[in-house]
Design a binder for this molecule. Structure first.
Ligand SMILES: *[C@@H]1O[C@H](CO)[C@@H](O)[C@H](O)[C@H]1NC(C)=O
Ligand SMILES: *[C@@H]1O[C@H](CO)[C@@H](O)[C@H](O)[C@H]1NC(C)=O
Ligand SMILES: *[C@@H]1O[C@H](CO)[C@@H](O)[C@H](O)[C@H]1NC(C)=O
Ligand SMILES: *[C@@H]1O[C@H](CO)[C@@H](O)[C@H](O)[C@H]1NC(C)=O
Ligand SMILES: *[C@@H]1O[C@H](CO)[C@@H](O)[C@H](O)[C@H]1NC(C)=O
Ligand SMILES: *[C@@H]1O[C@H](CO)[C@@H](O)[C@H](O)[C@H]1NC(C)=O
Ligand SMILES: *[C@@H]1O[C@H](CO)[C@@H](O)[C@H](O)[C@H]1NC(C)=O
Length: 282
């Protein structure tokens, strides 16, 4: 099972990296009209970074660092809209189930999906590049965490007039790493550990499946990972007693002020997918 996940994941990751590295600002603008690209365009990564087989095992992985840089640059518009500082240290990946086939799908960074591909909650969350010497040494380490994961729609109900921003699609706490580093294959993309993380408590704000209105185009859905401080349960208890229904209304959720109040700090990583209605006309 682990081997299977690992293999699929590594292949998917490779496709993702090639996808990211092939993107240029103009290609991105064509693909997603209206996407505000940083005015200072990032320098396209040198193509020789794709020659993975030539890279020796190093502690500092330039490709990984560069990929984080690309993710950060792609978040440029988004982090301004969220009032957050986004300086990712890890890559975050999530996997949606495919009910028709019983399989699962891990979209690449800034990949486009139809809303019928995200109808069910994502079932796996991976952290790439999370340092953990205990895991790496193959010991039986204590689980690492906790982390908090949230998914938000920034373009609700529509990009031009996002009066519900951010619409909260999901929020769950107490994620921990379990098991061994999955990045053990021969063809691994990054010299970085990959861990699956699992929630160990009930979801706080249940998955609201993305349902972008027909005709409103591609919406930005971001998934952010935060380190969760030891004080979080106290904060949560206070929040629950002050506003017992805080999870029921997903509209206008301000992740910036939530993170501030909860002492979460800045996100340690995140990913973004574009989702549109699969119905193009009525
Ligand atoms: C990683 O890349 C960033 C730019 O994105 C750079 O500032 C930083 O120094 C690099 N880290 C290392 C360890 O070289
Ligand atoms: C924020 O969102 C609006 C509306 O979706 C968008 O036009 C704008 O470019 C975004 N970025 C900033 C920096 O405000
Ligand atoms: C973790 O979240 C899932 C829903 O995504 C839920 O079914 C499960 O019970 C949660 N795990 C624990 C230990 O509460
Ligand atoms: C919370 O929601 C429940 C059920 O909708 C309602 O009965 C209750 O009055 C609400 N509580 C507050 C403080 O709004
Ligand atoms: C969200 O909260 C941050 C920090 O508390 C604040 O600066 C920002 O204006 C808020 N955003 C909205 C849309 O209210
Ligand atoms: C999702 O919608 C797209 C676009 O309408 C369609 O091509 C595809 O078959 C649908 N997929 C599923 C699983 O229903
Ligand atoms: C959209 O997805 C639903 C659910 O998978 C499917 O039944 C429907 O045919 C799709 N619509 C189009 C226009 O493809």
């Amino acid at each position: 099972m682990t081997t299977k996940i690992s293999k699929t994941f590594v292949i998917t990751s490779l496709i993702i990296v090639m996808y990211i590295l092939n993107l240029t600002p103009s290609a991105n603008a064509d693909k997603y009209p209206g996407y505000l690209y940083p005015s200072k365009s990032p320098v396209a990564p040198a193509s020789n970074h794709l020659q993975l087989d030539k890279r020796g095992p190093t502690q500092y992985d330039p490709l990984f660092n560069e990929t984080l840089g690309v993710v950060k640059k792609f978040f440029y518009d988004t982090q301004a809209n969220l009032s957050i500082n986004f300086n990712p240290q890890i890559l975050v990946k999530v996997t949606w189930p495919i009910p028709q086939s019983g399989g699962e799908y891990t979209p690449g960074f800034a990949e486009h999906l139809f809303d019928n591909q995200t109808a069910l909650p994502f079932t796996r969350v991976y952290f790439v590049g999370l340092p953990d010497p205990g895991h790496l040494a193959g010991q039986d380490p204590p689980a690492q965490g906790p982390y908090l994961i949230t998914m938000l729609n920034l373009d609700s109900p529509r990009r031009e007039d996002p009066i519900s921003r951010s619409f909260r699609n999901f929020l769950s706490a107490d994620y921990y790493t379990f098991g061994q580093n999955l990045n053990t294959g021969k063809d691994k993309v990054w010299n970085q550990p990959i861990f699956e993380v699992h929630n160990t408590t009930a979801v706080l704000s249940e998955y609201n499946r993305p349902l972008p209105w027909i005709g409103t185009g591609n919406h930005r859905y971001v998934i952010l990972a935060y380190r969760q401080p030891a004080s979080f349960p106290t904060y949560l208890a206070a929040l629950n007693s002050q506003d017992p229904n805080w999870t029921t209304n997903p509209n206008k959720f301000n992740i910036s002020s939530f993170a501030k109040d909860a002492g979460l700090g800045d996100p340690i990583g995140g990913t973004l997918v574009w989702i549109s209605s699969n119905v193009t006309s009525i």
